[in-house]
Design a protein around this ligand. Structure first.
Ligand code: 3H9
Length: 686
């Protein structure tokens, strides 16, 4: 089947794009469209041309995979120039997503019809790009230019209804009638001689001031994002230059940005997310079980957050506590959370009530009742968890999925407390669970395919990003994070200040550094864990022993004067750390920002390599997605394993060798996989 077919109906040429899965504008589609347009133009019996698509997407935009190779003609701008030069009117019949180049095709047409479920947008900014086929010029010539600027800078698609309100869509048409209506519509417009080429318009100069006002805000908020600056430049050019000159500028900037490392990393992240979302290896015919009722064991911060995620997805949820007081605290926590969402205007009071009507808070494990899925979010203690699972084994309904939200513990051992380990697995949510996207789905050795698929489908139903991982202390994310935390403590002892450590990571692109984050979460959490597992972090331990537990005690790594949330450097913390360094016999020195950064990140990458070797994560992309969605790794840096490839594994291996010798720590030496890839001159992804 050719990717573009031309059919004639009643004097109208109907061009149908059929390029699964999402009708991306790859080379074959561009060539097919160009050929069909030439044929329709040359055919004297054709009065107008309708562009439509097969499948559930109109056009997802340019084929992003092609961006890494030299473009093959016709380029999208060349194709759209051919539409612009054609004398016959064009109608875009949009059913599904019209994104990026897809919307640019529609904007080049004279008229746009869309079905109610369609979405329209220019999301290029999220890939570190700008609309590169006239979008920056046609949109501000069609709608309020300030609104066009915001739409391109944010990159979020609009619903058909919102797009119609903005003036992007001319009419909304029920899906079942779209093609018939489009053909009739095209005939009428042709008969009227109606054409609306946006390239022939100029944006209303009265709107210029509003554009400047919007531009100032956007540039301030999005400083350092070259694609956002480029969008602003192009919209300004729409007022100052001819369509031809402004589109030339747009093309130049697009081609420059396409080669930018930030855009490459953002494009990698897009595909890594899709790769991680792919169905894991399971037996043929294995399918998820339906999940309609859920029970959460434990209504603390984590359990309540998980409950909110389920309630938001419209799923009946019972939160189970050990006593009445705990149950009412959980109910208050959840309804308080919804109330603050109402106060901030995020949801309506009705939505709050709807969600809360799905919630029950109960006392006693026997209340799991007929739950299809039980998520245990109790205290992080093996004995507690085993006890809960052995009770669940007796009382949960047959074939209910039994998930533990443990962050570190051995899921095999938890599963062994039941006589149905095939139904047990880990669903490791991240705090706050109603907001953080990641769920590590921990496949234990006896977990059945059905159980695994049910957990994955459930996480997707919650609009979360599930990544399948294997059993091992801290799974993937926390296991890597532990290596970073070790270095934080060591760096503090060696002379780096908390602000220097945090600055190394915020300059790298993280929103928050590890010391500020530790203070926010409470330093006692990891202190307790270290004590339980016989580990030490001399600097952090000393701070905790001095009662400095973070923001909640007004002091931690930093001082928080007058209950402020912004920490300031504190000489007292420095003295405590210095004394700890002396006790450890560690000489203090000035440490460069670059050394700090490498020591925070390279040991984590090394641990990632071990995780791959051990099969705890299947692909490097899985690790990257875990860091993007669970630990706020800067998206424009791709993820730790992607970043490693950009740095070069040989460089990282050499640095790890040095660290391992300096710190007399064998575990810092390059992992086998990292060392062998480095020797072969390869990366994790090659
Ligand atoms: C652009 O247009 C530049 C122009 O301005 C200028 C050019 C000169 N290309 O997301 P899904 C694949 S930049 C190639 O799971 P959904 C995707 O990898 C582009 N492949 O489905 C996956 O493959 P696989 C601006 C693409 O239903 C499969 O399709 N456009 C593209 O959840 C299914 O994807 C965008 O940024 C693509 N453009 O969501 C839109 N898009 O099965 C990007 C998807 O092998 N796309 N694939 O894993 C999307 O936002 C979503 O894919 C969409 C469908 C909403 C369309």
């Amino acid at each position: 089947m050719p990717p573009v077919t031309l059919e004639k109906r009643n004097g109208i040429a109907l061009l149908i794009i059929d390029n699964p899965p999402v009708n991306a504008l790859g080379h074959a589609v561009r060539a097919g469209l160009a050929e069909s347009i030439r044929a329709a133009e040359a055919d004297g019996t054709v009065e107008a041309i309708v562009i439509a698509s097969a499948g559930k997407t109109f056009i997802a935009g340019a084929d992003i995979k092609e961006f890494n190779a030299p473009p093959q003609p016709p380029s999208l701008p060349e194709l759209l120039a051919a539409i612009d030069a054609c004398k016959k009117p064009f109608v875009a019949a949009i059913d599904g997503a019209a994104l990026g180049g897809g919307l640019e095709v529609a904007l080049t047409c004279d008229f746009r019809l869309a079905t109610p479920a369609s979405t329209l947008g220019l999301p290029e900014v999220k890939l570190g790009l700008i609309p590169g086929a006239g979008g920056t010029q046609r949109l501000p010539r069609l709608i309020d230019p300030a609104a066009a600027l915001s739409m391109m800078a944010e990159g979020n698609p609009k619903t058909a209804e919102a797009a119609a309100r903005l003036g992007i869509v001319d009419e909304i048409i029920p899906a079942e009638n779209l093609l018939d209506v489009a053909v009739t519509f095209a005939r009428q417009r042709a008969a009227e001689g109606a054409k609306r080429r946006l390239s022939e318009r100029t944006p209303a100069s009265a709107e210029r001031a509003a554009v400047e006002e919007a531009a100032t805000k956007i540039l301030k908020k999005r400083a350092g994002e070259p694609q956002v600056e480029a969008i602003v430049r192009c919209v300004r050019a729409a007022f100052e230059e001819s369509f031809k000159d402004a589109t030339r500028l747009e093309r130049e900037l697009f081609l420059q940005l396409k080669e930018n490392e930030r855009s490459k990393a953002l494009r990698y992240a897009f595909f890594a997310e899709r790769e991680a979302a792919r169905k894991p290896q399971v037996a043929e015919g294995a399918a998820p079980r339906p999940v309609k009722q859920v029970a959460i064991i434990g209504g603390g911060t984590m359990g309540s957050g998980i409950a909110i995620a389920f309630l938001d997805a419209g799923i009946a949820t019972t939160v189970i506590e050990t006593d009445e007081a705990g149950a009412s605290r959980a109910a208050e926590r959840i309804s308080g959370n919804y109330q603050s969402a109402v106060d901030r205007g995020r949801i309506s009071a009705e939505q709050k009530e709807d969600r809360l009507s799905l919630l029950k808070t109960e006392v006693g494990l026997d209340k799991v009742g007929q739950a299809d899925l039980v998520v245990e979010a109790a205290f992080e203690d093996m004995a507690v968890k085993r006890e809960i699972f052995s009770t669940l084994d007796r009382i949960a309904k047959p074939r209910a999925v039994l998930a533990t939200n443990t962050s570190y513990l051995d899921v095999n051992e938890i599963a062994a407390a039941t006589a149905r380990p095939e139904d047990v697995l880990g669903m490791h949510f991240f705090s706050p669970a109603n907001i953080m996207q990641l769920v590590e789905v921990v496949r234990a050795s006896a977990t059945s395919d059905e159980t695994l698929l049910t957990a994955i489908a459930t996480a997707k139903m919650l609009q979360k990003t599930p990544v399948v991982v294997g059993v091992g202390h801290g799974f993937v994310g926390n296991r890597m994070l532990a290596r970073r935390s070790e270095q934080v403590d060591r760096l503090l002892l060696e002379g780096a200040s908390p602000s220097e450590i945090d600055a190394a990571l915020t300059e790298f692109g993280f929103k928050m550094g590890p010391c500020a984050m530790g203070d926010l979460a409470g330093l006692d959490i990891s202190w307790r864990m270290r004590k339980a597992t016989g580990r030490r972090a001399p600097a952090a331990d000393a701070l905790c022993e001095a009662g400095r537990l973070g923001q909640k005690t007004g002091r931690g790594y930093y001082l928080y004067p007058d209950a402020s949330r912004k920490g300031v450097p504190d000489p007292e913390a420095e003295t405590i750390i210095q004394a700890a360094a002396e006790r450890e016999g560690i000489a203090r020195r000035t440490i460069s920002r670059q050394e700090i950064l490498q020591r925070l990140i390279y040991p984590m990458i090394n641990e990632g390599a071990r995780i791959l070797e051990e099969g705890i994560a299947e692909r490097p992309a899985d690790i990257d997605v875990i860091w993007l969605h669970g630990y706020a790794w800067p998206r424009w840096r791709g993820g730790p394993m992607y970043y490693a490839d950009q740095m070069g594994l040989a460089t990282i291996a050499a640095e790890l060798e040095r660290l391992s010798t300096d710190q007399k720590d064998e575990s810092l030496a390059p992992a086998g996989l990292l060392a062998s890839l480095a020797r072969e001159g390869k990366g994790f992804h090659s």
